[in-house]
Structures are given as C-alpha cells and as structure tokens.
Design a protein around this ligand. Structure first.
Ligand code: URA
Length: 210
C-alpha cells in the first residue's frame, strides 16, 4: 500500500475522535476507527465515497461494507468486472477488488452522517496523497457532491470550473473524474439513482481508463 500519510490512529478532528470514543464504548465489537481505503494499491479506478456509515463501514472496517449503499456498489462492481464477488460481508471474506480501490472523502464516522466542512478539509490531506499515488490514465468515480468537491480540492483546482452532475466527466491533470449520484439508500429508494443508471456510470468510468 502506498504511503497515504493515513493512520487508523488519526484523531485530527476532535468532534469525530470524541464521537468514535463514544461509539467504541457503546459497541465494543465495532471497528470504530478511521476506515482505510480498500483494494488494489495500483488500481486505475478509484471510487470516492463520503464517509463510513455507523453500522456499516464503521462497524466492519471496510468502506461500504455493511452499509445499505454498499449493496448496490459491490453488486455493480462485480457486474462491471471490478470485484471477485457481488457481496462484501467483512474484512476477512476473501473478496478482492480488481483494478479498483475504494476510499472515502472523510475516513471517520460523522454524527448524523454529516461531516462538517472543517472535517472534510482536514481529511482532504489523506485524499490528496491517495490521488498523488494514482497512475496517469486512472479514473476517479465520485459518489456524490462532497466526494466530487473533495477531489477537486485535493487536486488544487477551482470548484467553480468543475460542476457536479450525474454522468459529468471532467478532464483533470493525468486523470479523468466521472461523477455519480451517491448510491445511498435515499437516492436509490427515491429512484434518483437506479441500478441501471449506476451500472451505466460505472461502465462510463471503466471506458475512460487508459
Ligand atoms: N459507506 C462508506 O464507506 N461510504 C459512504 O459514502 C457510504 C457508506
């Protein structure tokens, strides 16, 4: 794994560190630490989510694993050839991502699923190192507006020049960014994002890998 500067002992965001402390007391069996990226370190597709969910990634220690959003994500990754299995159950289930890596803009569980902007900014240094480690020709798939904005910031670019929209493609230095609505429970249940739309945007991202 390339050095992302990231540590599972990070306590840079006081509010999040305190919250995780409380979660550890309530759920001693939960992972409840900053969740590291998962997948092939030399992958050419990097999927960027928002932050771990309480009873999902925060409990399991693997992005999107145990989260409702992860059901569609891992199913779609498998359908598009990026995973060895359609379901991610736990960190030791043997699932391997293929040419794909998954990370979050914010590595710690935020209260009410809502990171503050200062927390998004503090965590951005980790994302920046992860982006710097990507090979030229790699593709980023941003799940939602916060992931999109975090990528643009980490690249040192101006957000006003890169508008988020489902299916939008942005040419960045050495990389392509493809935007998707987040595969959250809310977005899928309201059908803002359907399984077909999500598969189509993942195939769009796959086609941009060089
Ligand atoms: N789980 C994650 O790890 N990230 C998200 O963005 C949502 C759920």
């Amino acid at each position: 794994m390339p050095d992302t500067g990231f540590s599972t002992a990070c306590t840079r965001c006081p509010r999040l560190a305190t919250f995780l402390e409380e979660v550890r007391q309530q759920h001693p069996d939960y992972y409840a630490k900053p969740v590291p990226p998962f997948g092939d370190a030399s992958a050419k597709l990097l999927i960027v989510g928002l932050a771990p969910g309480y009873h999902g990634a925060n409990a399991s220690g693997r992005p999107f694993t145990g989260d409702f959003a992860g059901i569609l994500l891992y199913e779609t990754l498998y359908a598009c050839g990026f995973s060895t299995a359609p379901v991610s159950r736990s960190v030791d289930d043997g699932l391997k991502l293929i040419n794909c890596r998954i990370t979050n803009a914010v590595k710690c569980l935020p209260p009410q699923n809502k990171p503050e902007s200062s927390e998004i900014n503090t965590c951005n240094t980790y994302l920046k190192t992860e982006l710097q480690a990507l090979k030229p020709g790699s593709v980023l798939l941003a799940l939602g507006n916060i992931a999109h904005a975090s990528i643009i910031k980490a690249m040192g670019l101006k957000l006003s020049q890169y508008k988020f929209g489902h299916g939008n493609e942005h040419v960045l230095p050495d990389l392509t960014l493809v935007d998707s609505y987040h595969c959250s429970r809310y977005n899928t249940q309201t059908r803002r994002l359907t399984a077909d739309m999500f598969k189509a945007v993942m195939l769009q991202a796959r086609a941009k890998i060089r």
